[in-house]
Design a protein. Structure first.
Length: 108
């Protein structure tokens, strides 16, 4: 195997393990700010994957870039939906009654 590929795989596995351990030990109170930070990082990955998919450096790079665009988009959208849902849980009860989640359509 190529030395650069071996080094890249080692760094990837090490960063995945380190990221898992850091997130696993975060207190529940800090999950919402951490989720917002993760959304920002996923947006950066989305931009990078768009560039990779658009460079047309070969079929494999385009396919991997397209997969990365799809995964990053799902991650960003899902992260924002979960963050919004978590933030709605912290509203006061009076605010929940005044602001219904769905607006009623007036009947014609």
């Amino acid at each position: 195997m190529n030395e650069a590929l071996t080094t890249s795989l080692f760094i990837f596995v090490l960063s995945a393990f380190l990221g898992f351990e850091v997130i696993r030990r975060v207190p529940k109170l800090l999950h919402t700010p951490l989720m917002s930070l993760t959304n920002a990082l996923s947006a950066i990955a989305l931009v990078g994957s768009l560039v990779l998919a658009g460079l047309r450096q070969g079929t494999m790079a385009t396919v991997l870039g397209t997969i990365a665009v799809t995964a990053s988009t799902i991650n960003v959208v899902g992260g924002f939906l979960i963050t919004d849902r978590m933030l709605r849980m912290f509203r006061r009860r009076e605010d929940r009654r005044r602001r219904p989640e769905r607006e009623e359509q007036p009947s014609p």
